[in-house]
Design a protein around this ligand. Structure first.
Ligand code: COA
Length: 177
């Protein structure tokens, strides 16, 4: 892991987590335009076009880096394979979220990305407490969160998914540094 003066860059065995740029828009749009990805998130629309990626990246550029960090996940051999972010929620907490393009599922990459990001969040960003939530019908994400040290709070909240067009039961989790 390296913590330069600018946006953080986090290196793991196969990935480099770095600040996204507008040039990432076509690749993000290509991977994100998948209902199996968007339906497991709260904020991604489906279909997901180039203009959605551009709007997302423009919003990234306006983010307050004291409160929010967003990383493109660059694979050593494949280029950008997904995204990961620490986002402020309505209650002033910081929430972890992530997605990978479907060709890259099942290789331990989400666990690797989240593990590296959490080391940085604790040691570099000095976060002591983070939250995450996964839809109850997304056990793979629950497994990623468990493997990276999150614990279930027992709270299950209805959260809206833009791609589903409705709320879905969301299992809430916490992580302590
Ligand atoms: C969820 C997601 C990030 C997982 O990425 P990934 O790189 O495949 O995850 P990993 O390989 O690191 O770990 C997945 C774990 O879930 C397990 N898993 C996969 N499908 C599962 C299922 N149906 N039930 C239970 N566990 C499952 C895997 O076995 C693996 O655990 P293991 O290493 O202990 O065997 C990816 O599928 C994705 O981007 N999905 C769409 C978006 C999304 O869900 N984002 C998260 C929102 S909370």
């Amino acid at each position: 892991m390296s913590i330069p003066d600018g946006p953080p860059v986090i290196s793991t065995a196969r990935l480099r987590l770095r600040a996204p740029t507008l040039e990432d828009a076509p690749r993000i749009a290509a991977l994100a335009n998948d209902p199996g990805v968007a339906r497991m998130t709260t904020r991604m629309p489906h279909p997901y076009g180039l203009s959605d990626a551009e709007a997302f990246l423009q919003a990234c550029e306006r983010r307050d880096v004291a409160k929010e960090h967003i990383f493109a996940l660059d694979h050593d051999d494949e280029g950008l394979v997904g995204m990961l972010g620490f986002h402020p929620d309505d209650d002033g907490r910081v929430e972890l979220g992530y997605w990978l393009g479907r060709p890259y599922w099942g290789q331990g990459l989400a666990t690797e990305a989240a593990s590296g990001a959490l080391v940085w969040a604790g040691e570099g960003w000095r976060r002591r407490y983070l939250v995450a939530g996964h839809f109850a019908d997304n056990p793979a994400s629950g497994q990623v969160l468990c493997k990276t040290g999150f614990l279930y709070t027992g709270e299950v909240l209805p959260r809206h998914s833009l791609a589903r067009g409705e709320t879905a039961a969301t299992r809430m989790m916490v992580w302590l540094a």
